[in-house]
Design a protein around this ligand. Structure first.
Ligand SMILES: [Zn+2]
Length: 735
């Protein structure tokens, strides 16, 4: 087992690598199906006004300039861009007699490109509604659900079972695209409970119960309804793939768009694990960032979903060449913004897919954003696919946690703590992999530390896999209410992780969920006082303070005798007026962080104070250091990478055969306002050290960005290079 990140450990992890590389690199397998070798993607998302103005010559030259190998072309669904035989298939308003889909497809074929027919199957026009009123979603009061002037279809109705398959067959039979991409395929979101005749009948048949009239997470019928909705989306995924294969051949795939954020997908009933496990390729639609989701979020997305899909498969992501956050579909994205988002995707194993909305653009700057990067990625594809992440830290997540623990506050309860740890890990340049809670045992051999951020809802099997990990010498960093509820979000009477973590709850686990209303004026007290010395190493760097700002919430626990309390809680006191701003209760015995050495050799750190959530919310540097210190202490001497030098750098390490590949993306940006990165500040020199794998010398290193070799000095287990400077990014290949 792993535990020490030794040569032997690496050998265990290393055995995975040859198995993966049997697939070969993307460019040397001519016989491979399109979905294993189409690396560079693009999409002009056309609108109803576009057909008369679509300039095929321009777009062909742009395909060439950006080196794309596959494109997504609007075909049908809400709007048809070809002359469909189905009278209900609404023809684009300005299509006339033109077969725009057919014309673009023909040109793409002539240029050697793969074509996915884009569908958008979730709503329809008035005439369609009049023809089949019962196919549309209805509220509990019998009102038809509308979106602007369109009518929203119900995913349980024949619109999905009969009508859309008919269109897929028509398009596959007539045009033979390689596959289909569907935009809003997953129907109504969770906040409306459809009461159409199909929902009533099918839910009754599936569960023996009437539909719930309103959301109630404590009601088993509502939870059944949630599960029933998930099952239906996965069923639609399977149905459309079956239809696509029947009509388009064995390699014809139907792929619905997915996002990475489990809380976002939970609201849409898209089961990331179930879908990735049955798919040859997924398409990501995940184009923006906000205050809690920096550029690093895109790397995390790639790593997280590759963990479900497999690292030998491709995962193109739609990347906006227009302004996001907020969306301005026609205005060019800031160059640094577009480039960093793409580079962070590439660092997570994502393939680029430029995305323009509309065939006609007046802001021509958007056509200068992708080409340099896509051509670079295309030339270096061998190193950007078919590799395994190298990390000794696993960050655990599950979508069920977003549903059944997060419930209606999943972003706050589950997403923020996860994002807080991601930012702390990236800031400290600590390579990690996201690990699905069902895959802990699968990933355990390469890991020395599991971080479980507010994984409130855990099944017994998931708890057991954490226990096993610790019993084999692994370390744990656990925050908040992790494990306090079962997989349905029901509070457990006993907290199964308590003893391992060296803590106890006086009268059973206490749920803190829902009590957060923003920052309060609380603090952490670091123990012992600075004058006394002898502090725990998780407090390194805080030698000149007894307190740290906190502002979050606390799970009430007591420390057991064999654990050390590293920090305690100072309750909220007034901020204003200043005369009143004094600590009413400067010392309490309420633990915020508890450390323990496990009998099997690992370490356990329990974070009762939600510093992870606080860091994602406010970005205080002290919180970053507090989290990073905790991670470093718990991870022990097992880290595979050391990078020294200035800057905010996202470092991701991969193994490919006997080589190591290191991505460094420079996130030292001049304006940190989300959506507005203006420029990247060049940093350097950097000292980069990678731990050598058993059987690999790593005596050579070259940059895939400058194409220059770097001088390697080998010192024991470490291979070291100096990187004189770093602009946007570099990819170093050690062999
Ligand atoms: Zn319905």
């Amino acid at each position: 087992m792993p535990i020490e990140f030794s040569r032997r450990t690496f050998l265990v992890g290393g055995t995975l690598v040859p198995a993966v590389s049997l697939f070969g690199s993307v460019d040397d397998k001519a016989a491979a199906p399109w979905y294993r070798k189409t690396f560079l993607w693009g999409q002009t998302n056309i609108n109803e006004a576009d057909p008369p103005h679509y300039d095929l010559d321009f777009w062909r030259s742009y395909w060439k300039k950006t080196g794309v190998e596959g494109i997504i072309v609007n075909a049908g669904g809400i709007v048809a861009y070809y002359p469909s035989a189905n009278p209900l298939h609404h023809r684009a308003r300005f299509l006339g007699d033109r077969d725009l889909f057919g014309d673009v497809l023909k040109a793409a074929r002539a240029d050697g490109l793969v074509v996915l027919a884009r569908m958008d199957c979730n709503r329809a026009h008035e005439d369609f509604y009049q023809a089949h009123p019962d196919w549309f979603a209805q509220t509990v009061n019998g009102q038809t659900v509308r979106a602007a002037d369109l009518y929203v279809t119900c995913i349980q109705s024949p619109y999905y079972d009969e009508y859309i398959p008919e269109l897929l067959r028509e398009i596959a039979g007539r045009y033979h695209p390689e596959g289909f991409a569907d935009n809003s395929w997953s129907g109504l979101e969770r906040d409306t409970i459809c009461h159409c005749p199909y929902c009533r009948k099918k839910f009754q048949a599936a569960s023996g119960q009437d539909l719930p009239s309103r959301p109630d997470w404590d009601d088993p019928v509502y939870r059944d309804w949630i599960q029933w909705n998930y099952t239906r989306r996965t069923e639609v995924w399977d149905l459309y793939n079956r239809v696509a294969r029947e009509a388009g051949g064995k390699d014809c795939l139907w792929i619905g768009m997915l996002a990475d954020n489990p809380a976002y997908e939970a609201r849409r009933f898209r089961d990331l694990k179930a879908i990735c496990s049955r798919s040859q390729m997924v398409l990501l639609d995940h184009q923006g960032r906000n205050a809690s989701e920096g550029f690093e979020n895109n790397t995390d997305a790639g790593k997280r979903l590759h963990g479900l899909l497999g690292w030998e498969k491709l995962m193109p992501e739609s990347m906006a060449m227009y302004t996001r956050n907020p969306s301005f579909r026609k205005a060019a994205n800031a160059p640094a913004e577009a480039k960093l988002w793409m580079l962070e995707g590439v660092a997570g194993g994502i393939q680029t897919w430029w995305h323009h909305v509309g065939a006609v653009q007046e802001d021509r700057r958007q056509f200068d954003l992708a080409a340099e990067l896509t051509r670079w990625a295309g030339a270096n594809r061998k190193f950007l696919t078919n590799r395994q992440p190298v990390a000794s830290i696993g960050l655990v997540w599950s979508q069920a946690n977003a549903d059944f623990y997060g419930r209606d506050q999943a972003e706050v309860l589950t997403t923020l703590p996860y994002r807080g740890f991601v930012r702390a890990l990236v800031g400290a340049r600590l390579p990690y992999i996201p690990v699905h809670a069902d895959h802990i045992e699968r990933e355990a051999p390469q890991l020395s530390l599991l971080i479980l951020p507010w994984l409130g809802a855990m099944s017994d099997a998931q708890v057991e896999s954490v226990r096993k990990f610790a019993q084999k010498g692994g370390s744990l960093l656990v925050s908040g209410e992790t494990g306090m509820c079962d997989e349905w979000g029901k509070a457990r009477t006993n907290w199964p992780l308590a003893e391992m973590l060296g803590v106890d709850t006086s009268d059973g686990p206490k749920r803190e969920a829902g009590k957060r209303t923003g920052a309060n004026h609380s603090y952490l007290r670091l123990l012992p006082d600075m004058e006394s010395g002898g502090r725990h190493e998780v407090l390194n760097g805080f030698e000149k303070t007894n307190i740290l700002a906190f502002g979050g919430s606390l799970v009430a626990v007591k420390a057991r005798g064999d654990a050390s309390v590293v920090a305690t809680y100072i309750p909220d006191f007034p901020v204003y007026p200043p005369e009143t701003s004094w600590m009413r209760e400067p010392r309490t015995d309420r633990p915020c962080m508890v450390a323990r050495r496990l009998p099997q050799g690992g370490r356990a750190l329990y974070l009762a104070a939600d510093v992870d959530r606080a860091y994602a919310s406010w970005g205080l540097p002290d919180h970053a250091q507090f989290l990073a210190n905790g991670i470093r202490w718990a991870a022990g001497r097992t880290l595979p990478l050391r990078v020294a030098g200035p800057g905010v750098l996202d470092c991701n390490l991969y193994a490919q055969d006997s080589a190591l590949i290191l991505h460094i993306v420079n996130l030292t940006i001049s304006i940190a306002w989300p959506g507005a990165a203006r420029d990247v500040v060049q940093v350097g020199p950097l000292t980069v050290e990678v731990r050598r794998q058993a059987g690999s010398s790593l005596s050579k290193c070259r940059s895939l960005v400058t194409s220059k070799p770097l001088v390697v000095s080998v010192d024991g287990d470490w291979a070291k290079v100096e990187l004189p400077s770093l602009a946007y990014h570099d990819v170093l290949v050690f062999e």
